[in-house]
Design a protein around this ligand. Structure first.
Ligand code: BYC
Length: 332
């Protein structure tokens, strides 16, 4: 069962050279995983485990930071003072999630500055969902309900991830995500029970966000390069398709309660399978977004690069302040 060959995913063009792990160390590592022990930063781990975690945690961190943009865009236009306060708190939470996640990634031996450079250079991925525009206030409801709903479905199992710092960061993140999901559903509830125009806005937002939300869970299991190893090493507890199905089964009754229609003519309850059957996802759209050709990819990257430049003086001032304190402490 614990063969060396399985420790590395198949080599891809441009991928680092496979590392041959020590068989005994690998056996002990996998025995700890099987025993549900947490792996901590100073513990021995296979190079592929470290690499997968850096990849996933940093993509997750970038998603939180880029994910602030579509909603941040509505802070100034929220329809009441209370809605504005709630939205500010939510967007701040997302910045905080990014910060915990960059810290969790740093425990694996990579610096936050390196990771941010990768994002700004366009070589790192972030969630496809944040490349779609927020056209109306109902989109803020749909993001909370569907996007944060999908995030919770994906992240609750990550609280049991085998890597300790990621699992602990996720526990805190999930508590906040559940508030985010509820605020989104509350917006949808108000709009769906409002005037006919408001209900149309809610339906339009569901129409536009439904399919991209399903894509958040990643490619189908048959095309997912990383799932097998990540499930084996208990980084992921469920496959992409399993989580997507759970999300659909959970969300369809919520749409019904809102009196809105899920934009999928093939959606139906399968009594025998006890789950919803759904139509084909347009994976060509997903791949186009990942390649940088989504509706807002360029705008999002431009906004992040501008924010990074605008924050340069703050980083420089913080470093100068820390250096001054170090010098003072050394002289004392
Ligand atoms: N978008 O082998 P696979 C939030 C990539 S933030 C872009 O299945 P894996 C929120 C994948 O990275 C929520 N790329 O990969 C924030 C891989 O590419 P590379 C973000 C995607 O890792 C603000 C390739 O496709 N959540 O909730 O086993 C406001 C093959 O995929 C996507 C997380 O990051 C995608 N949707 O599984 C509101 C959760 N899907 O690296 C809300 C943590 C796949 O080989 N991440 N790719 O170049 C995960 O759970 C997993 O990484 C995924 C993918 C399920 C996303």
């Amino acid at each position: 069962m614990y063969t060396q060959g399985l420790a590395e995913p198949p080599a891809r063009a441009g991928a680092p050279e496979p590392v041959v792990e020590d068989a005994e160390q690998l056996r002990r590592f996998e025995a700890r995983i099987d025993a549900e022990e947490k792996i901590e930063p100073k513990d021995w781990m296979p190079a592929a485990y470290r690499r997968t975690l850096i990849r996933q945690i940093s993509q997750h961190a970038h998603s939180e930071i880029v994910g602030m943009l579509p909603e941040g865009n509505w802070i100034g236009r929220a329809p009441s003072l209370q809605r504005k306060l709630i939205l500010i708190a939510k967007v701040q939470d997302e910045g905080g999630h990014g910060a915990y996640l960059y810290s969790a990634a740093e425990t694996l031996g990579v610096s936050r500055a390196e990771l941010i450079d990768q994002l700004l250079a366009g070589t790192a991925k972030y969630s496809s969902i944040f490349n779609y525009p927020t056209r109306s206030w109902a989109d803020i409801g749909a993001i909370g309900w569907l996007v944060d709903g999908a995030a919770i479905m994906n992240q609750i199992p990550l609280c049991r991830c085998s890597y300790g710092p990621y699992a602990r960061a996720m526990t805190r993140v999930c508590k906040e995500e559940s508030f985010h999901q509820r605020q989104g559903y509350d917006i949808m509830l108000k709009l769906a029970n409002g005037t006919p125009a408001q209900k149309r806005m809610a339906q339009d937002a569901l129409d536009r966000w439904w399919w991209p939300s399903l894509m958040m869970f990643g490619p189908p299991d048959t095309d997912s390069q990383h799932t097998a190893l990540s499930v084996r090493w208990k980084i992921k507890r469920f496959t992409n398709d399993e989580l997507r199905q759970k999300f659909i089964d959970f969300t369809v009754p919520q749409a019904r309660y809102l009196g809105l229609e899920v934009p999928d003519p093939e959606l139906r309850w399968d009594e025998q399978g006890r789950c919803h059957r759904f139509g084909e996802i347009d994976w060509s759209e997903f791949h186009a977004v990942l390649k940088g050709d989504g509706p807002c990819n360029r705008e999002r990257m431009l906004a992040r690069r501008d924010a990074h430049e605008a924050g340069r003086w703050v980083r420089e001032a913080a470093l100068a302040h820390a250096a001054k304190h170090r010098r003072a402490a050394a002289m004392a």
